[in-house]
Structures are given as structure tokens and as C-alpha cells.
Design a protein around this ligand. Structure first.
Ligand SMILES: Nc1ncnc2c1ncn2[C@@H]1O[C@H](COP(=O)(O)OP(=O)(O)OP(=O)(O)O)[C@@H](O)[C@H]1O
Length: 269
């Protein structure tokens, strides 16, 4: 164990030193998301070659970056919470852990309910399959029945506005078209937890506006738990009741949205 590992381990209770993620589809649980002493550490190597060598050799030097650092918070079912923080504060890292794209290095994460993420929308499609086939494939991965997929398909196709391309292999799609299908799917499946990065831009200006409108519709449903990452105080105030301010991977403030924004703006003035 390096000295920096020892420092992290010494600062958190021993029971959280081993990472664990608990995930289920319980949409009635009072708590939707809980982070307990979560640390996510990335290793920075001098080059890709050094990273590769490190898989065989122990002595290859690297630096550590704690993107989330002993981070703890609880989000209750139906809450709409904004994550505020400057570039590099650790917002996306926390969201990726919640969506299951990334894993904590230490600490415990609990997620109750099905998560849909409006992030990295073009990822995960099979380029050889058509848009329609990819909808079915993604629906199955999400645990939807064939009947549920059948019912959702027309809405997804209509929203994505892909015309005849819906039956063409996705390798023929532009990046905007892939993102449009990704957004249409992620926003149609009625999640328990919706994770939104407002900076997300999908397609052209007109389509982006249409997406934002749909996000706002979902966010106004009081049963959906929403995690919203934004640099805009106005949007945060409009849609969220509570704010969590992150800095250098740590939770430095939690409170009602008005006070969280005031804290964040003062910190940056
Ligand atoms: N895959 C990675 N490898 C190495 N470092 C990473 C990786 N992903 C994130 N980081 C680092 O972790 C820190 C937190 O990044 P993160 O993307 O979570 O910040 P953020 O608050 O979402 O920033 P932004 O507002 O710019 O999107 C940054 O220092 C970033 O450089």
C-alpha cells in the first residue's frame, strides 16, 4: 500500500475501505441514492506506454487524482437535487458511479430504482444493428419485456425524427443522429431516477430545445428522483429544491437550493 493509500484509508471508517455498490429496482424505498465515504481514485501515468507497462510491472510511477474524495450524501425518493461545482469538481464522476459506468475505489454506494442517464447518449449502440433493433436490444438490457418495448417504440422513433434511417444500420448515422436516438430512448423509458447533465447538447439547436422541454417535463413529475448537473443557477433554482456543492471531489455544502447557490456564487466571486 502506498503512503497516499494509507492516508485515504486512515481518514475513513474501516468498514468503508472496501468499495461496495448495492443496486436494486426498489422504487418504493425512501432513499433513492446514498453515498457513504465514497472515494474514486484515478491513476495518472506519464504515457499510454507507461499505463500499459503498469499492468505487468509494479514500479511504473504514477500520480493519483481523487475525483471523488470521501464523499457522502443521501438523496430521498422524489427529490430534485442540483450538483453545483466548478470544472473538475467531481460531478460527472459521481454521476457515472450512480449510473454504473464507473465504480468507487472506496466507500459504499446504494441506488434504489431504475436509473436513466442523459449523458454520453451515443455510447453502447451496436453499429451493425438498425436503430429499431438497437431500441429492442437496449430495452432488453434495461430489463423491459417485449410488450413494454413494443409500446415504447413508436414514441422513441417519433421523438428521434430519424425517418427511413430507423431501419438502416447505425453505422450509417451521423453522431447527432445517434445522440438523438440515445436521448429518445433514455427519456422515454420512465425511470425512477433521472440523471441529467444540462450541458448535454443533442443534435441541432431546434432539437436541443425539444430535448430540454422533455427533460423539464420529466423533472416536474414528483415521483422521479432527479440529479441535475448544471452551471446555470437559474435552471438549478427552477427545477431543484436542494443543492450539493462539490469542490476537489468533496461535498463542501448541502442545503436548500437558494442557499447552495448563494454559497457557490460567493465561493467563486
Ligand atoms: N478517466 C479519468 N482519468 C483520469 N482523471 C480523470 C478521469 N475522469 C475524471 N478525471 C479527473 O477527475 C476530476 C473530476 O472530474 P469530473 O469530470 O468528475 O469533474 P466535473 O465536476 O464533472 O467537471 P466539469 O464541470 O468540467 O464536467 C478532474 O480532475 C478530472 O481531470
Amino acid at each position: 500500500m502506498s503512503s497516499s493509500d494509507t492516508n485515504i484509508a486512515a481518514s475513513i471508517p474501516q468498514e468503508f475501505a472496501r468499495p461496495s455498490v448495492v443496486r436494486d429496482n426498489d422504487s418504493n424505498a425512501e432513499v433513492a441514492i446514498q453515498f457513504e465515504h465514497v472515494t474514486k481514485t484515478y491513476k495518472l501515468f506519464k504515457s499510454d506506454r507507461a499505463r500499459f507497462l503498469a499492468t505487468f510491472l509494479k514500479k511504473v510511477p504514477f500520480k493519483r487524482v481523487n475525483a471523488n474524495d470521501d464523499l457522502s450524501f443521501t438523496i430521498k425518493r422524489g427529490e430534485a437535487v442540483a450538483f453545483l461545482g466548478n470544472n473538475g469538481a467531481g460531478k460527472s464522476t459521481a454521476l457515472k458511479i450512480i449510473t454504473g459506468v464507473s465504480y468507487p475505489t472506496q466507500g459504499r454506494v446504494t441506488v434504489h430504482g431504475r436509473v436513466s442517464a442523459l449523458l454520453e447518449l451515443s455510447a453502447g449502440f451496436d453499429p451493425q444493428l438498425s436503430g429499431r433493433e438497437n431500441i429492442a436490444f437496449r430495452g432488453q438490457l434495461w430489463g423491459l419485456s417485449n410488450q413494454e418495448i413494443k409500446e415504447l417504440e413508436p414514441d422513441i422513433i417519433e421523438f428521434a425524427e430519424l425517418g427511413d434511417y430507423i431501419d438502416q444500420p447505425m453505422r450509417t448515422y451521423s453522431s447527432g443522429m445517434k445522440a438523438r436516438l440515445g436521448f429518445a430512448f433514455a427519456s422515454s423509458i420512465k425511470p425512477d431516477i433521472l440523471v441529467v447533465d444540462e450541458a448535454l447538447s443533442v443534435g441541432d439547436r431546434r432539437f436541443s430545445k425539444k430535448c430540454l422541454k422533455r427533460v423539464h417535463e420529466i423533472m416536474s413529475d414528483s415521483h422521479v428522483t432527479v440529479l441535475f448537473v448544471t452551471h446555470s443557477s437559474a435552471s438549478a433554482k427552477e427545477f431543484c429544491k436542494r443543492g450539493i456543492v462539490l469542490e476537489h471531489g468533496k461535498d463542501i455544502y448541502e442545503g436548500d437550493i437558494k442557499s447552495a447557490i448563494e454559497f457557490y456564487e460567493k465561493r467563486n466571486s
